[in-house]
Ligand binder design. Structure first.
Ligand SMILES: [Zn+2]
Length: 364
């Protein structure tokens, strides 16, 4: 049913805006046939009738397309559909915006293309492509995107056979039938997202820097305290070994160093960077003689701890940052002297034997 036609001034008109019959002086926008208006009846829906050619679907489509173009171009304002922008893993939405139309035209040239409607609005130039049958060609879509031409596609294909009121309603509120090929505020939204991402990155970096500052402060205080006291509490060190007791194999630990406080001298910081502080000192034996050289690592992050490679066979202690405590642990320990290791293994074996005997007796 044809409800839009071209009048004798070349303007697209709807069936309710023309005189009845031949007086309408209209032609079909699709095939140029002379039309008569049937808009007097109260029962049948009003429509134009062709006079010498058959009414084709193409006539309806062309009429709808032309009417939509002229309707949109004739408005004083337009409610631009909302814009959703996805960029750098973030989404930003600009709600629908009512803008003034300052100037408009239909079939506007854009490079080698023809755009259905061109609107000069209060937020800049916006093109509208009215889709009734064919999609915008891929080439045209690429051109629009590459050249950042704000373009809205309005799909009216479902309205080809619809009554006029439905078409007008759709044109008044185009959001449900619209798709931005390139939105009018795409650059702005992308820019906003980029600024947000950059701000978050800076905040994170700042937080990390503050965290390192904090750990450095705590570390330097700890080093000062060590120097002041001249002693350090070394954790115990055990070496695993396997032993046979009554032909049964056991995995045991030989304790070569008991947890105890040791005196030291010449503590100094060797490396002080963003990831860790490495200090060294000279451990003193119980008799006050210089014993092993001790290195102490204060890592400020897990990477520093993972990446630190101790010199083989050196004594490296690591002070960890744990919630509310700063335990020491051995990162590296010198290979023990057999004179120390063998008795330690012997002792571990002896203790194991005793505990086995105890439980044997217990079970009887
Ligand atoms: Zn026709």
């Amino acid at each position: 049913m044809l409800i839009f036609a071209r009048n004798n001034k070349g303007k697209l008109v709807s069936i309710n805006d023309v005189p009845n019959g031949k007086l309408c002086q209209c032609t079909c926008p699709g095939c140029d046939d002379v039309l008569v208006a049937r808009n007097r009846g109260k029962i049948k829906a009003h429509s134009f009738a062709h006079t010498s050619k058959p009414e084709k679907r193409a006539c309806l489509m062309t009429a709808l397309h032309r009417f939509a173009q002229e309707y949109l171009a004739a408005q004083e304002q337009i409610l631009l559909p909302s814009v959703k922008c996805k960029h750098m893993g973030k989404t930003k939405i600009r709600p629908a915006k009512l803008v003034k139309i300052l100037q408009s035209s239909v079939e506007s040239p854009l490079d080698k293309y023809k755009m259905d409607v061109e609107l000069e609005t209060s937020v800049g130039e916006i093109f509208i492509e009215v889709k009734v049958t064919a999609d915008c060609s891929d080439e045209k879509v690429s051109y629009i995107k590459n050249n950042k031409v704000p373009t809205l596609e309005v799909d009216l294909s479902q309205f080809i056979e619809q009554p006029m009121e439905a078409v007008i309603d759709a044109l008044r509120n185009i959001e449900p039938y619209s798709n931005w090929i390139y939105s009018w505020c795409d650059d702005t939204l992308k820019n906003e997202i980029e600024k947000e991402v950059e701000a978050e990155r800076l905040a994170l970096q700042r937080a990390l820097e503050q965290e390192i500052e904090r750990k450095k402060k705590i570390t330097k205080r700890a080093i000062n305290n060590l120097v002041k006291n001249g002693t350090i509490g070394l954790p115990a060190k055990e070496f695993p070994f396997t032993a046979f007791i009554n032909t049964k194999e056991y995995k045991l630990q030989a304790k070569v160093l008991s947890a105890a406080s040791w005196s030291f001298n010449s503590l100094r910081v060797m490396i002080d960077n963003e990831d860790y502080i490495l200090a060294t000192c000279q451990i003193l034996s119980k008799k006050g003689q210089e014993a092993n050289k001790l290195f102490i690592l204060f890592p400020f992050n897990d990477d520093a701890l993972r990446n630190f490679k101790p010199i083989p066979n050196s004594a490296v202690l690591c002070r960890l940052f744990r919630k509310g405590s700063y335990p020491y642990m051995w990162l590296s320990f010198p290979e023990p002297n057999p004179r120390k290791l063998v008795p330690a293994q012997h002792k571990a074996k002896q203790l194991k034997r005793e505990s086995l005997e105890y439980f044997e007796n217990y079970s009887i």
